[in-house]
Structures are given as structure tokens and as C-alpha cells.
Design a protein around this ligand. Structure first.
Ligand SMILES: NC(=O)c1ccc[n+]([C@@H]2O[C@H](COP(=O)([O-])OP(=O)(O)OC[C@H]3O[C@@H](n4cnc5c(N)ncnc54)[C@H](O)[C@@H]3O)[C@@H](O)[C@H]2O)c1
Length: 425
């Protein structure tokens, strides 16, 4: 069977199963079992497989891939221990290297691929997966530059045409206290939204030092957080969650104007320590402002809150398990809900598998690509010191992905951005 034949077969099998008294009883080993594969066997890769196993029957992991052989072996052993016979990875389906994902895409028995590498690879991996007819789970952010955003746009449109699903790792879009609050605000619970603040301020982040014998490419791919072509800096890699709240509520920003700098990062890191960006949004009732800030400095106070100010009330939506509280103009609480991020992480995978089995695959890449590009827009505004419009960023030529990448490639470190010297391209 080709991937397309297999997709049609699974949809028919799901419809037949739904018409029997055993509807929904998909068991491992049955022909309608969905075969999963994992590209990127780090923390979130293993986590995403754990999440789907926790909420879905009739799924098994049949192939994995990573650039690092140790990560492949560790993930295989770790997942087998945790999930028993739901992990059925034959030795020849444990791939090592930059092209391991292609072996997975060429395997017709694979139905769904989880992409959990560093973000720089995401747009090309996802587009190729959709071209190969695979359903996709793509961790956030889904792009780190405008070139990647355009590739995501192509992948989104193709997925809508060829019936493949793309669910993304923006778990807050499935977290009860976020979903209900955003719906209430859109329905007018706090009157007209006048503006908001969003923060993603946390302590430090890991740094994986260069080991003897590593090529530039091996070092940068391993220490990916610190290289912008791979992580997009903190505003993309981590703070995109709260940029996404902003775009979810207000749409794509009209302009970004920002500042920031670096004080504590390792010498060869390209990351900044902090960034503050004013995003504006055009609206019929006048321009709205989101004051956004992100920071990763050890010993500083954390804050990952979204505050939304309306003409008739204020909403506070806090990240992780911080919960939501909405008050009216008199300070009376009109909505309160606790947060449970663990449930949201798992819901992504239930929705993905249900949508495939139900024959209406979810395709949500564009929203996450737009949030990722809004984060890029803020970074570019801060790096260059210029005010950047949405039109400018969507048309920007910035393409950070190295040409002809191989694991032994020499990749000179261009250093970090300096406003006034770093140019918009
Ligand atoms: N949704 C969330 O809350 C959440 C939380 C953590 C991480 N993430 C995202 O998940 C992704 C992975 O993060 P992580 O913490 O698991 O990182 P990690 O470093 O633990 O894992 C990444 C893995 O990908 C491998 N890899 C890198 N490039 C590869 C390639 N081209 N082909 C195959 N393997 C490759 C690395 O060797 C590594 O094992 C990132 O995009 C991150 O932003 C999301």
C-alpha cells in the first residue's frame, strides 16, 4: 500500500468500526492501528509519544530518528520501558543522521510523524511529510524566519488539499482556562479590548558545551538553543506561547518596535537575554497595543502572564497551571478557572488521532506559523532597532537555514545582533 492508499483504508476502517457495536474500540495489533514515527528523540519527542500513548488506543510507535545515535538508543529503551508493546521499533527502523526523517517518510506503513527536533528544521520536515502523505504533529515554533513561514503556508495549503492532518504543539489552544477565556473575551465579556501585556520571563536555559572533535554543524545542532537559525531566539522558541495568545485574540500584528540585549549568555551564544516589543494591531475602534516582554536571566523573577484590558473589565490568563481570572469594571469576578497544562498536552494528540479516524483531519499549521512569524517580527524589530510592519516581515528575504547542510559542515558563527548595525533584509 502507498501512504495514500493506507490513509484511505484507515478512514474506511474507522467508518466501518464506528458502525459496529464496538465503535471506537481500536486495539493494538488490529489492522486499523495507526503507526507513529518520531523525528527528534529529545525531551519533547519522548514526551509527545508519552502523551499520545496516554490518550489513544490503537497507536504504536514503529520508527524513530535522531542525528545522535545515543539519543535514538536512549529513547527506544526509555519508551519501551514506559509503554511496553505499543513500542515496536525494528532495528532497521531506528535511523541516525540528518536524512533519517526521509527514511521514515519513505516507509509506507508510517501514518503519523511527530516532529520534535529543534525548530529550524520544522518547515522543511513538515512540508516533505505532507508531500509524502503523512499526518503530522509539529512542535512549536514551526518556523524561525520568513522563508520558513512561506514553506509552512505551502504545507498548510497542501495538507488541506490532500487530506493530511497537521496538529501543532501550541497546547494552550487546548487548555480549558485559555480556550474559555479567549472565547468569553471575543464575545465581549470585558467590553472592547483596548490592549494587553504578555510576558515570558523565566530563569536561565541550558548550554551544551562543544565536545572535542565536533564539527560546527554537530556543535550547533546539539547546542541549538543558542543559534538563531535553529531556535529563533527565546522570543520564538519559548515565548511564542504568549505571542500566540496575542495573535489568537487580536490577529496578526500591524507593526512591531522593540529593544533588548545580552548580558549573561555564553560567549559564542547568538541569543539575547531579554527583549521588549510593542506590537500594534489595527482595529475599527482604533489601534490596540500589546506590550510584550521576554527574558531568561538566572536569579530574576519569573512571569508568564497575559493581561487583557477591556473597556468593561480585565482578564488575567497565567501560563502553565496559573489559571484564569476575569473581573468586570467593578472588580467583581465573572470567570475563574484553574489551569492544567498536562491535560492540554495530551488533548493535542487525542484531537489529532480522532480527526484522522473521523475522516476530517485537523490542519492548524497556519495559525501557529503566523504566531511564529509574529515572534520573528518582534525579534527582527529588536535586532535591527527598526519599526517592522507585518507586510515587511511577510516579504522579507531572511532565510537562516544553511545551504547544503551536512553534519560535517563548517558553519561560521556570525555572532549576535547589534541594533543599528544589524540590517533588515
Ligand atoms: N510545547 C511545549 O511546551 C514544548 C516544551 C518543550 C519543548 N518544546 C519544543 O520541542 C522541540 C524540541 O525541544 P526539546 O526540549 O525536546 O529539545 P531536545 O534538544 O531535548 O531534543 C531535540 C532532539 O532533536 C534532535 N535533532 C535535532 N535536529 C535533528 C534533525 N535534523 N533530525 C533528527 N533529529 C534531530 C536532537 O539530537 C535532539 O535529540 C523544540 O521545538 C521546542 O521548542 C515544546
Amino acid at each position: 500500500m502507498t501512504s495514500t492508499d493506507r490513509r484511505q483504508f484507515l478512514t474506511t476502517a474507522a467508518a466501518v468500526a464506528a458502525a459496529t457495536p464496538f465503535a471506537g474500540a481500536f486495539g493494538v495489533g488490529r489492522e486499523d492501528t495507526l503507526n507513529l514515527a518520531l523525528v527528534g528523540c529529545g525531551g519533547r519527542g519522548r514526551g509527545s509519544i508519552g502523551d499520545t500513548m496516554a490518550v489513544n488506543d490503537g497507536v504504536r510507535l514503529v520508527a524513530i530518528s535522531d542525528v545522535n545515535e545515543g539519543k535514538v538508543q536512549a529513547a527506544k529503551a526509555n519508551l519501551e520501558k514506559s509503554h511496553g508493546d505499543k513500542i515496536q521499533i525494528a532495528d532497521e527502523q531506528a535511523h541516525v543522521g540528518l536524512d533519517g526523517y526521509q527514511a521514515i517518510l519513505n516507509n509506507p506503513s508510517v501514518d503519523v510523524v511527530h516532529f520534535t527536533t529543534s525548530p529550524g528544521f520544522r518547515p522543511r520536515h513538515v512540508l516533505e511529510a505532507v508531500q509524502a502523505g503523512k499526518h503530522v504533529f509539529a512542535e512549536k515554533p514551526v518556523c524561525v524566519d520568513p522563508a520558513g513561514w512561506r514553506i509552512c503556508k505551502e504545507a498548510h495549503e497542501l495538507a488541506q488539499e490532500n487530506g493530511t492532518a497537521i496538529v501543532t504543539g501550541t497546547q494552550y489552544r487546548r487548555q480549558k482556562n485559555y480556550v474559555e477565556a479567549i472565547d468569553l473575551i471575543k464575545q465581549g465579556a470585558i467590553g472592547t479590548v483596548k490592549g494587553m501585556t504578555a510576558r515570558y520571563c523565566s530563569t536561565g536555559i541550558w548550554n551544551r558545551e562543544r565536545q572535542e572533535g565536533m564539527s560546527d554543524a554537530e556543535y550547533q545542532i546539539n547546542n541549538w538553543m543558542h543559534f538563531i537559525w535553529l531556535s529563533g531566539d527565546q522570543i520564538c522558541e519559548q515565548a511564542v506561547h504568549n505571542v500566540d495568545v496575542m495573535t489568537w485574540l487580536l490577529g496578526n500584528p500591524t507593526t512591531a518596535y522593540g529593544s533588548g540585549g545580552r548580558f549573561t549568555r555564553p560567549e559564542d551564544s547568538q541569543m539575547w537575554d531579554s527583549m521588549s516589543v510593542d506590537y500594534t494591531f489595527d482595529a475599527p475602534e482604533g489601534e490596540r497595543l500589546c506590550s510584550f516582554m521576554c527574558r531568561q536571566i538566572p536569579g530574576t523573577a519569573g512571569n508568564a502572564d497575559n493581561m487583557i484590558y477591556g473597556s468593561e473589565g480585565v482578564a488575567s490568563i497565567k501560563a502553565i497551571n496559573g489559571g484564569t481570572r476575569i473581573v468586570d469594571a467593578d472588580g467583581k469576578v465573572i470567570y475563574r478557572e484553574r489551569g492544567d497544562i498536562g491535560v492540554a498536552y495530551r488533548q493535542e494528540h487525542k484531537d489529532l488521532i480522532d480527526s484522522i479516524r473521523g475522516g476530517s483531519p485537523i490542519v492548524e499549521l497556519q495559525d501557529t506559523a503566523d504566531a511564529s512569524l509574529a515572534a520573528v517580527m518582534g525579534r527582527v524589530a529588536a535586532y535591527t532597532g527598526q519599526k517592522i510592519s507585518w507586510k515587511q516581515i511577510t516579504e522579507s528575504k531572511l532565510d537562516l537555514f544553511p545551504k547544503g547542510l551536512s553534519l560535517d559542515a563548517s558553519l561560521p558563527n556570525d555572532g549576535y545582533a547589534i541594533p543599528g548595525r544589524t540590517q533588515f533584509v
